[in-house]
Design a protein around this ligand. Structure first.
Ligand SMILES: *[C@@H]1O[C@H](CO)[C@@H](O)[C@H](O)[C@H]1NC(C)=O
Ligand SMILES: *[C@@H]1O[C@H](CO)[C@@H](O)[C@H](O)[C@H]1NC(C)=O
Length: 306
């Protein structure tokens, strides 16, 4: 009797241990405009357990995981249960976000991330957490048929028409600032250099990006000055900016003379972080992407991006 009791207890505790070890929760930090957002597993913890550890939640809004406003930089975390893919969006909860940020630091430290880049991201996220995220979440929108092929914009300067991207969920979620800037929809979250055979790599700096974008077929302007007054004879202007060591971002100049952009999976917009229209990316509020790498002409039919 005693024996079987004991073995039952051993069996039960092993089973509990087994279940706990199986559980892991995927955390996604919503922060980048162009590259894939950082994501990592917190092992041995279920999503509900993680949410409990993380603390009281404000923005526990499941349906908003795939939605984002037109904002650059950090906008919260997604927490995804690996057993059923259910997702919770965590935002505007200092305690929960600070905890999740600490799991990011642990993960990146193990990965041997460049300490300057890591520090720059952590400081940015901390600042936003402490001031709160103004979430302008995109409401449900009609879904149009998916594109099966690359869709290229015209080889001349076009009018600002954000709804082509904003009202089509597939276009919205699968295209980034590089797709929008170049006006080539690939549905692949295109990366500089990948289309021409060697994707960007190493530390995020202007020299490396100028090189790979030129190989993709973008034509760099000699002058580092913003073309404020003019439009090119063929194609349209784009501007490449970076968050040094961390990420890049693009703006494109529309027929009206203003610049527009697409922050990550968010809506296309023609305003900057201070809600002003952009006449010159050099002078706009483009935090945290502060360094201008330069300007290019893009002829959509002539570039190869992927
Ligand atoms: C995104 O764009 C769509 C279409 O213009 C609009 O209905 C929606 O309100 C926009 N969302 C945000 C957060 O601006
Ligand atoms: C830019 O990054 C590349 C790739 O990591 C590196 O080889 C190069 O030295 C860097 N250049 C500058 C100026 O930091």
């Amino acid at each position: 009797m005693l024996m079987s009791h004991l073995s039952l207890m051993v069996f039960l505790s092993l089973a509990v241990f087994y279940v706990a070890a199986e559980q892991k929760t995927l955390v996604v930090m919503r922060v980048f405009s162009s590259r894939k957002n950082p994501q990592w597993y917190v092992d041995g913890v279920s999503r509900d357990e993680l949410l409990r550890i993380a603390g009281p939640l404000y923005g526990k809004e499941e349906h908003k995981c795939n939605r984002q406003g037109s904002k650059l930089g950090y906008t919260g975390f997604n927490i995804i249960d690996s057993s059923n893919d259910e997702c919770v969006y965590v935002v505007n909860s200092v305690e929960a976000e600070s905890y999740l940020l600490s799991t990011y630091v642990k993960f990146m430290t193990v990965k041997n991330e460049d300490p300057n880049a890591l520090n720059s991201v952590v400081e940015h996220v901390k600042t936003v957490i402490s001031t709160g995220v103004q979430t302008e979440l995109v409401p449900e929108s009609p879904v149009y048929p998916a594109a099966n092929e690359v869709i290229r914009g015209p080889d001349h300067v076009a009018n600002y028409s954000p709804d082509t991207w904003n009202l089509n969920l597939k276009a919205l979620l699968n295209n980034n600032c590089y797709n929008y800037g170049t006006d080539v929809r690939t549905d692949t979250f295109a990366q500089p250099g990948r289309g021409s055979g060697r994707m960007w790599s190493g530390s995020m700096n202007c020299t490396m990006l100028l090189d790979v974008c030129t190989r993709d077929g973008l034509i760099p302007l000699k002058s580092k000055q913003c073309p404020v007054e003019e439009q090119p004879k063929i194609g349209h202007y784009v501007s490449l900016v970076i968050w040094s060591g961390v990420d890049y971002h693009w703006y494109r100049k529309d027929a009206g003379g203003y610049w527009s952009h697409k922050p990550g999976i968010g809506n296309v917009t023609d305003i900057d972080a201070s809600h002003n229209k952009i006449l010159n990316p050099d002078k706009a509020d483009i935090t945290p992407y502060k360094e201008i790498c330069g300007y290019f002409i893009v002829v959509p039919s002539k570039i190869t991006i992927e």
